[in-house]
Design a protein around this ligand. Structure first.
Ligand SMILES: Nc1ncnc2c1ncn2[C@@H]1O[C@H](COP(=O)(O)OP(=O)(O)OP(=O)(O)O)[C@@H](O)[C@H]1O
Ligand SMILES: [Mg+2]
Length: 275
């Protein structure tokens, strides 16, 4: 089932400079889709178009089978959570707890249930000791954690993460990514993650590659990440496991273990036990 369908989308902030140029793609329900592209390729603009924060010049966007228009924009936003690239743009409440509560109130969560939900999600992102802090006084990474807690707590059907963990330290990033994967694995949650993290891409179900406002590659990461030369030309990286496989190949060792380190290690162990 398709969760999102984008068809011939065009958009420009300034009429003389097209930013999104006839973009089309689909996202399957329940999938973990990544969108990659170098700085300025149009990723955040597409995210804003998808939730109606910007209006397209032409083209169509279906979210949950609803053709996005002025009449259903709030219905769509009720089902789709978004964590913005810059966490400063995300806060409304005076404290971390108020901020998470605000989203829950908008989703008509009963007030007697709210406190437990707030505490649960704050704890899951490691921010339980900051519930009475002012969001503006948190560090960038802490703000990102709170923004993620706020969106997860609302239990949307789909979440768009726009570089949502970019300010976290490596361990924090791994913990939050594991939490997101855990919630994704539990249910029908569809995730669209805009990221520069090629290892995250390698683990996703589907990757869309943008360049200068156009989709240049679209498919399963196992296939797309083989386009090494093209990705490097687009100023993108390839996963460590693939680089390692290419180096092994130069030395006469052939492995074909996909794009993740887990697959790579499993295949090398098998080779080792055979030899
Ligand atoms: N509010 C704005 N007004 C005018 N131009 C904008 C605005 N926001 C973005 N742009 C331009 O639109 C293009 C796409 O920007 P966008 O933020 O979508 O890129 P991105 O792929 O998200 O980049 P990054 O990886 O740096 O986050 C860029 O050339 C940018 O300069
Ligand atoms: Mg961006």
């Amino acid at each position: 089932m398709e969760k999102v369908k984008v068809e011939n989308l065009c958009f420009a902030y300034d009429p003389n400079t097209p930013v999104i140029q006839s973009v089309s793609f689909t996202v399957e329900a329940g999938s973990y889709t990544t969108i990659i592209g170098h700085n300025g390729s149009g990723k955040s603009t597409i995210a804003k178009l998808m939730i109606g924060l910007l209006a397209a010049n032409s083209g169509k966007i279906w979210m949950n089978d609803l053709l996005l228009n002025e009449d259903n924009i709030y219905e769509i936003r009720n089902k789709v959570g978004i964590v913005f690239q810059n966490p400063d743009n995300q806060f409304i409440g005076a404290t971390v707890a108020d901020d998470i509560a605000f989203g829950l109130e908008n989703h008509q969560v009963a007030s007697e249930k709210m406190q437990a939900i707030i505490e649960d999600y704050a704890q899951r992102v490691g921010m339980q000791d900051f519930l009475n802090s002012e969001p503006t006084k948190l560090s960038g990474g802490q703000k990102q954690r709170v923004a993620i807690a706020g969106v997860l707590a609302m239990k949307p059907q789909m979440i768009i993460f726009d570089e949502a963990t970019s300010m976290l330290d490596p361990q924090g990033k791994a913990e939050i990514n594991a939490l997101i994967q855990e919630i994704h694995a539990q249910g029908e949650l569809t995730i669209i993650s805009i990221t520069h993290d090629i290892e995250e891409v390698a683990k996703s179900d589907h990757v869309i590659v943008l360049d200068q406002g156009k989709v240049v590659l679209d498919g399963h990461p196992n296939e797309i990440l083989q386009h090494e030369k093209e990705l490097i030309q687009l100023k993108l990286d390839i996963p460590f496991a693939l680089k390692f496989q290419h180096e092994l190949k130069k030395n006469g060792i052939s492995v074909n273990a996909g794009t993740t380190m887990e697959g790579m290690v499993a295949e090398l162990c098998q080779l080792h036990s055979k030899s």
